[in-house]
Write a protein that binds this ligand. Structure first.
Ligand code: MRU
Length: 356
């Protein structure tokens, strides 16, 4: 019998000599197609339309996009090189507003450019190395998060997650799904409840696909079934990722997370957030300051299974991609540094490179 095949980091995203290649997440689960971006604007576009998505993974894509811009910028003119890389960095940084990992990674790359004035060739090489290092580091952080979170789960855990915080979302291993993977390695009886995650179905398209490849038992539900599942005893823990964690522990994550947190509190189920320190934003004091991406109403009006519109095209639709769960509903935040408990103002780590 062959072991189930997980998703390897270089399959999620990689920087080659002249391109950024990624598994196109818009095509999953029906097709596994590699998207090859040969110019930085294509990386911006891939981030915007969620071909690559999830906070740490778009940070990695942003860093690789800056490296790609540097590889293709003129190397015989220091000023033109710096201007082109700065243009790419600004566009990549602005591709999506909520996940702070994107700004963190692009800003780290911009600081590297500033540290090597007038040396395009060497700077381009340093940016490529740094992008690959950011990728490796994010995967290592996920593994550490999984190991720390084991202390929070007993045997036979029944974990409800939301959206996709797996290998696809982090560049390998996963945060919330990293916790699931670590739990499953220690206790194969672990089960996962997977809400489909409307409107873009990251739960059903991506999380169920990843868990299937890992051979981890899971049950797909519609988002509207979450309360009944909790009431019926199918859930022992809710474990989710995050796009940005404010200094006070308020957590921005995929729309619907806040609702799950309220339900979890009502049912006495611990709500656990798994995220690397690169998702912590010490510069944003509370969740009220986190910018929430508003996407096209077309994603909500969508299509029914037989390809017809799910709503009249003239119907007004709201589509905030994320919501904010107040820190008071979060039992623990797990980063690569360990398990953090309230008050989060004091217990949360600062991301590497953040001003003191
Ligand atoms: O819009 P998406 O698919 O990028 O949203 C992703 C999420 O909300 C994830 O839960 C979050 O980025 C954490 S990924 C480890």
């Amino acid at each position: 019998m062959t072991a189930p095949a997980g998703v390897a980091p270089h399959d999620v995203i990689r920087l080659t000599g002249d391109a950024v290649e990624m598994l196109d997440q818009t095509r999953l689960p029906s097709e596994e197609v590699v998207l090859r971006c040969t110019a930085w604007p294509e990386v911006v576009d891939a981030i915007r339309r969620l071909a690559i998505r999830g906070a740490p993974a778009i940070g990695v894509a942003g860093a690789m996009g800056v490296a790609l811009a540097a590889a293709h910028a003129p190397h015989d003119d220091g000023d033109a090189f710096a201007a082109e890389v700065a243009r790419a960095a600004a566009a990549l940084r602005a591709a999506r507003p909520t996940a702070v990992n994107l700004m963190w990674a692009v800003d780290a790359q911009s600081a590297l450019v500033a540290a090597h004035p007038g040396r395009p060739e060497a700077t381009a090489a340093a940016l490529a190395d740094a992008a690959r290092r950011i990728h490796d580091d994010e995967v290592a952080r996920c593994r550490a998060i999984g190991a720390h979170a084991l202390a929070l789960l007993g045997r036979g855990a029944r974990i409800m997650t939301h959206c996709n915080a797996g290998a696809l979302a982090t560049g390998g291993y996963g945060t919330a799904l990293g916790v699931v993977r670590a739990a499953h390695a220690a206790d194969p009886t672990v089960r996962v409840v997977v809400p489909e995650t409307r409107p873009l179905l990251q739960g059903s398209r991506l999380t169920a696909w990843e868990l299937g490849r890992e051979g981890i038992a899971h049950t797909l539900i519609t988002d509207s079934m979450a309360a009944a599942m909790m009431a019926g005893g199918a859930v022992s823990h809710v474990v989710v990722g995050a796009d940005r964690i404010a200094a006070n522990g308020d957590v921005a994550n995929k729309i619907g997370t806040y609702g799950l947190a309220v339900l979890a509190r009502e049912h006495g189920i611990p709500m656990i957030v798994a995220a690397p320190s690169t998702t912590v934003d010490p510069a944003t004091p509370t969740g009220a300051g986190i910018p929430i991406e508003e996407r096209s109403g077309d994603e909500v009006r969508g299509l029914t299974l037989d390809g017809r519109p799910a709503a009249d095209p003239g119907t007004m639709a709201a589509n905030p991609a994320f919501d904010v769960t107040p820190a008071r509903l979060v039992a623990a935040i797990v980063t690569e540094h360990g398990v953090h408990r309230p008050p989060y103002e004091r217990s949360l780590p600062r991301p590497e490179g953040a001003p003191a």
